[in-house]
Design a protein around this ligand. Structure first.
Ligand SMILES: Nc1ncnc2c1ncn2[C@@H]1O[C@H](COP(=O)(O)OP(=O)(O)OP(=O)(O)O)[C@@H](O)[C@H]1O
Ligand SMILES: [Mg+2]
Length: 263
């Protein structure tokens, strides 16, 4: 890979393995996500999609291979030895700094129940980054407006619909100004009528140039928004490419089977 290519890659996953004890979950995953692109990850339950996202943002310690974000090795530093290089685990503080560049949105919204929408979005900028409350508040109001919740800023999570809570969760992730956003089935816990409002916010974010990796079975969203679609099964990438190939003209039997079930 040339230096120019390396600059354009936001995420580079190489020969990634993840084992939980005797369970081998990721079995050599290679994935490149270009800066400013949207990658949608499809695959059956248990195929390793969440584990892949969790390895990218270091919620899991990988057991083999490497993950780079913006060219920087995540979680480790390379140390030169007599017979090549060896990897050393980075200090937790350094890992925390790496993770702060990555926003993550989960299936369950995980908002603080005793804080308002506004306070939820202000939390990390104030307590993790040390922003002043007035700076964090102005930015949080801007983000809540962006996700269509300008009139709900003082509501508590229990007073918001699932779709509204998920939009708060997206605003909260954006408040730390991430370079990369990871979404793990962000709409699968929602009532069907609330899915569209969350996907619309994600589409808007994609249009703004955010680099996104999205685990989702919303095929319409994948067709319309994804630049790259990945189909995983049993810990490997079975097939990948533009939606027009992977979704509309899959070449692998496993992909065809899966799509026949979700479409
Ligand atoms: N902490 C863990 N300890 C042991 N096994 C785990 C752990 N986390 C995940 N696994 C196993 O790894 C495999 C992949 O799980 P993962 O959650 O990544 O799948 P997934 O593709 O996200 O599935 P789903 O569509 O159901 O969310 C599963 O067999 C799961 O049981
Ligand atoms: Mg999952």
């Amino acid at each position: 890979m040339s230096a120019a290519d390396a600059r354009e890659a936001m995420v580079e996953v190489r020969a990634l393995h993840k084992e939980f004890g005797a369970v081998h979950v990721l079995k050599g995953v290679d994935l490149t996500v270009e800066r400013g692109s949207v990658c949608v990850v499809l695959g059956p339950s248990g195929s390793g999609k969440s584990t892949l996202l969790r390895c990218i943002n270091e919620l899991e310690e990988i057991t083999g291979g490497s993950v780079r974000v913006e060219g920087e090795l995540m979680g480790y530093t390379e140390v030169a030895t007599d017979d090549g290089t060896r990897l050393h685990r980075l200090h937790p503080k350094v890992i925390a700094r790496q993770r702060a560049r990555i926003g993550m949105v989960f299936q369950r919204f995980n908002l603080f129940p005793h804080k308002t929408a506004l306070e939820n979005v202000m939390e990390a900028p104030v307590h993790v980054r040390g922003d002043s409350r007035s700076t964090a508040r102005a930015r949080a109001l801007e983000l809540l407006d962006r996700v269509g919740l300008a009139d709900r800023v003082d509501h508590y999570p229990a007073q918001l619909s699932g779709g509204q809570q998920q939009r708060v969760a997206i605003a909260r992730a954006l408040a730390m100004d991430p370079d990369l956003m990871l979404f793990d089935e962000p709409t699968s816990a929602l009532d069907p009528e609330l899915v569209g409002e969350v996907l619309a916010v994600m589409q808007d974010l994609a249009r703004s140039g955010m680099t996104m990796v999205v685990v989702s079975h919303e095929i319409g969203f994948a067709r319309e928004v994804a630049d790259h679609v990945v189909f995983m099964d049993d810990g490997v990438i079975v097939e990948e490419g533009p939606p027009s190939a992977v979704i509309d003209a899959p070449s692998q039997a496993r992909t065809k089977d899966f799509l026949a079930h979700v479409l």
